[in-house]
Write a protein that binds this ligand. Sequence first.
Ligand code: PGA
Length: 251
Amino acid sequence: MQKIIAANWKMYKTRPEAAQTARELAGALASGLPDGRSVVIFPSFTNISEVADVFVANARVAVGGQNVYPEAEGAFTGEVSVAMLKDAGASWVLTGHSERRHVLGEGDGLVARKTAFALAHSLNVMLCIGETLQEREAGKLNDVLLRQVTTAFAGLPADQLEGRFAVAYEPVWAIGTGKVAGPAEVLDAHAVTRAIICDVAGQIGKKIPLLYGGSVKPDNAAALLGLDNVDGLLVGGASLAAQSFIQIVKA
Ligand code: PGA
């Protein structure tokens, strides 16, 4: 399976900063994107068009939104629509990121609505799942993954997911903390997630890319990418500087 290396720029970078990083990435990736890899960059809303313009001629680098509201338009102050994201040049969107779930209070139901709405309106979706440290220590890892995956998949058209849908396993305790999950933890969580996806989506589940995220850095990227069922990486902090993200893309 093609590996997806994704950059989540979170709430960082002004427009000139985003354009500068995008240009640096474009220069390095024009000839240096390894076979079998593709890149998705998730800038803040205000930077999407700036970044998309830089990659318009590179089919292997896509741009996405970090969030979307599951209605076509309306009185939803502070939210962004599918049409707005697409108009700015986005073809992907993140749903269920742990910062949306745990800082902004999004529940599984809203994550499911966003996921279904975005897919139904031609955006590709990267659904994020993962347990908190408290949940892991209480032995609830499998329950959390089962709940997050099954609620998000309810009502999704399994036959339309190939090439348009990815799942990122991001243990909350590993995000932005420098504590990367160990190989055994990643292997286990990815195997469990793969089994759940195949259960709810059928055979297509084997073709849905499963990314790992949480303190991915240039020096651990290759080892993570070599693990079974790891079909890519979702990178936060280490994607902000072009040089470190390029090392991860090429790892
Ligand atoms: P991190 O973030 O790489 O800084 O841990 C990952 C993410 O939040 O997607």
